[in-house]
Design a protein around this ligand. Structure first.
Ligand SMILES: C[S@@+](CC[C@H](N)C(=O)[O-])C[C@H]1O[C@@H](n2cnc3c(N)ncnc32)[C@H](O)[C@@H]1O
Length: 272
C-alpha cells in the first residue's frame, strides 16, 4: 500500500495495549508517539542500563551519517526497510539535502508507521517518496511491490537501508537469506547500510533481559554478536572504518568514553 495518490482512509488497529517496537523506539528517542503499554515496556528496557537510550540516539545519528555518505557517493535512491515512526532527520530529508530529487521507498510492517509516514509526507510535500506496508521476512514481496517499483529503478544502484531492524528477524526466518535476496535484486555499485543490536558488551544474563521484555511486544528481539553481524557483509566491500559500534562510524564529533560499548554494530558496504 502506498501513500502516493491514496486518499482513502484505511482503518488501522493501533493495538495501544500491546507494546510496539516502533513506538518503544520512539519513546527511547524522546518522541511522543507512544502509549502507556509502549512506555512501560520501554522503561523496563531502559532500566537495564544507561546505554539503551544512548544506543537508540547513536543508531539514529548513524542513520543520518550513513545516508549522507551514500548520497555524497552518488546514491540517489534508497530502499529503507524498518522505517520506524518519523523522527528528526528521516532518510528522505537527509538524502534530499544533498540530492534534491532523491527517491526513497520506506517499508515497515507496522501499520502505525504507515499512518505517521503518510502524515509526514502530506505535510512536507516531498516528491519521489513512498511509504509501503511490507514485511522484511518476505523480501520478494517487498521487491515486487508496485509502489516500491514506482519509486525505485532496480537497474540503477540502490542504497538498501536496514537500520535497527534485522534484530527483529529471528534465526528461524533466515535473516542472512533475506539480505541475500534483497542484494541479489540490486545492481553492482549498490550499497547496504545496516545497524544491529548486540549483547556483546554485557553479561549473557543481562543480554537476555532485553529480548525477555520484547517477548510481550509485536516483534521479538534477537541480539547478535559482532561476528554474526559481520556475516551480513560477506562478499561485499565494507567501507572504512568497517563494522564498528554506531558512534564510531565516521563520527562528526569527538568519540565519548562510552562509544566503544554502545550496543549497536554498524556498517556500510558496496556490492561489487
Ligand atoms: C527500532 S525501529 C528502527 C527505525 C529506523 N530504521 C531507525 O533506525 O531509526 C525498528 C522498526 O522496524 C520495524 N520492523 C520490525 N520488524 C519488521 C519486519 N519484519 N518488517 C518490516 N519492518 C519491521 C518496526 O515496526 C520498527 O518501525
Amino acid at each position: 500500500m502506498s501513500d502516493e495518490g491514496d486518499e482513502t482512509h484505511v482503518p488501522v488497529d493501533l493495538r495501544p495495549d500491546v507494546p510496539h517496537p516502533a513506538r518503544m523506539y520512539d519513546y527511547y528517542l524522546g518522541g511522543k508517539d507512544n502509549f502507556p503499554a509502549d512506555r512501560a515496556a520501554a522503561e523496563q528496557v531502559v532500566s537495564l542500563g544507561p546505554l539503551v537510550r544512548i544506543s537508540a540516539r547513536a543508531n539514529r545519528a548513524f542513520l543520518q551519517r550513513a545516508v549522507r555518505h551514500l548520497a555524497e557517493e552518488g546514491i540517489t535512491q534508497f530502499l529503507d526497510i524498518g522505517t520506524g515512526i518519523p523522527a528528526a532527520g528521516n532518510t528522505h530529508e537527509v538524502a534530499q539535502r544533498i540530492v534534491p530529487d532523491a527517491r526513497v521507498a520506506y517499508v515497515d510492517n507496522d501499520p502505525i508507521v504507515l499512518v505517521h509516514g503518510r502524515a509526514l509526507l502530506a505535510g512536507s510535500g516531498a516528491g519521489h517518496v513512498t511509504v509501503v506496508q511490507g514485511d522484511l521476512r518476505d523480501p520478494k514481496s517487498v521487491l515486487a511491490d508496485p509502489a516500491v517499483r514506482a519509486v525505485i529503478d532496480f537497474d540503477r544502484p540502490v542504497g538498501l537501508l536496514l537500520f535497527a531492524v534485522l534484530h527483529f528477524i529471528d534465526d528461524a526466518d533466515d535473516p542472512y537469506g533475506i539480505v541475500r535476496t534483497l542484494l541479489d535484486a540490486l545492481p553492482a555499485g549498490s550499497r547496504i547500510a545496516l545497524s544491529h543490536a548486540t549483547g556483546d558488551f554485557t553479561t549473557p544474563e543481562q543480554a537476555a533481559k532485553g529480548p525477555a521484555v520484547y517477548r510481550a511486544a509485536t516483534a521479538q528481539l534477537s541480539m547478535r554478536s559482532r561476528e554474526q553481524v559481520a556475516r551480513f557483509f560477506e562478499g561485499l566491500e565494507l567501507a572504512e572504518p568497517g563494522l564498528v559500534t554506531a558512534p564510531l562510524w565516521r563520527p562528526d564529533q569527538e568519540p565519548q568514553d562510552t562509544d566503544r560499548e554502545v550496543a549497536i554494530w554498524a556498517g556500510v558496504a558496496r556490492k561489487p
